[in-house]
Design a protein around this ligand. Structure first.
Ligand code: 6GU
Length: 284
């Protein structure tokens, strides 16, 4: 299911052309909202929104807490397109389907991609409710060949062997930390390494320990594949993980992570994330 599917340039273009025929917005920024973080889209002005099911060529989202809408609009003078709900590998989508919107954004003229997700923390200093600015990632599916770039390369989008060092833009990361200081929320924010795993189950204790030893600060089931695709086609990327829970690393710990708890922390921090975004967006 995950390997051989290919999407042609024409298919991405058809979706982009359809969207451009339905809205006059021409976004510079695309935002992919993670679990429980979709409320950002609701704050866009002059909205044009499209259910994924109405967009030709778009995959369908199946997870609770993910609305499944593409919202265009203005936020503090920047034209944005916002995914309320993303596509995950564990839903059974091929990786080129989960990353389909990224190339569509490129064809819409987007220059910067902001990715957010809900993640479990492995680092001792990262607590539920903290925000991690993604400095780098470990793409576990990618390391074993589950990569959206597998198959013939489409040179119109980017090179066969794209570099991934520096894929999380340094100036955007510095700017985000500066804004957090200005807004008095610096104690909630730090940089770290995100790992994407396939899911849908959360980690065993042995897996959690392994990730911790490898230098992973937070783990989740998304983002890395989208960022690989975005970097390949030259988008500038900024990523945030909202820490929703601690990953259980001890056999003595009786805590269990659950999806409802993940969504609840998203609601708790929506205000802080909103404020950060409103200051951040106009100035980069
Ligand atoms: Cl603990 N693990 C994974 N894989 N994804 C998560 C998570 C944990 N918490 C939120 N998302």
């Amino acid at each position: 299911m995950h390997s051989k599917e290919q999407i042609s340039h024409d298919e991405y273009q058809k979706t982009a052309d359809w969207l451009m025929s339905q809205t006059e917005h021409r976004p510079q920024v695309a935002i992919i909202c993670g679990s429980g973080l979709g409320m950002l889209a609701d704050t866009l002005k002059c909205q044009d929104s499209f259910a994924y099911s109405d967009i030709p060529g778009f995959p369908q989202s199946t997870v609770q807490g993910h609305a499944g809408r593409l919202v265009f609009g203005e936020l503090k003078g920047k034209t944005c397109v916002c995914m309320q709900g993303r596509f995950h590998m564990y839903e059974g989508h091929s990786l080129c389907k989960t990353t389909f919107p990224v190339r569509v954004f490129k064809l819409l003229g987007v220059e910067t991609l902001i990715v957010t997700n809900a993640a479990g923390s492995l680092a001792d200093g990262l607590h539920p409710g903290d925000i991690m600015v993604i400095k780098d990632h470990v793409n576990f599916p990618g390391l074993v060949g589950l990569n959206p770039l597998s198959g013939p390369n489409d040179d119109k989008f980017g090179p066969r062997f794209p570099a991934m060092s520096g894929c999380y833009d340094k100036s955007l990361r510095c700017l985000a930390m500066d804004i957090a200081k200005q807004q008095g929320v610096a104690s909630l924010m730090q940089e770290g390494v995100y790992a994407m795993v396939g899911g849908p189950n959360f980690e065993t204790i042995a897996e959690a320990r392994l990730l911790h030893r490898l230098g992973v600060d937070a783990v989740g089931m998304s983002t890395a594949a989208e960022v690989v695709m975005a970097t390949h086609c030259g988008l500038r990327v900024f990523g945030l993980s909202l820490i929703t829970n601690k990953v259980v690393k001890s056999y003595e710990d009786s805590d269990r992570v659950n999806h409802e708890g993940v969504l609840e922390i998203g609601r708790l921090r929506s205000q802080t994330l909103q404020q950060l975004n409103e200051t951040f967006l106009p100035i980069f």
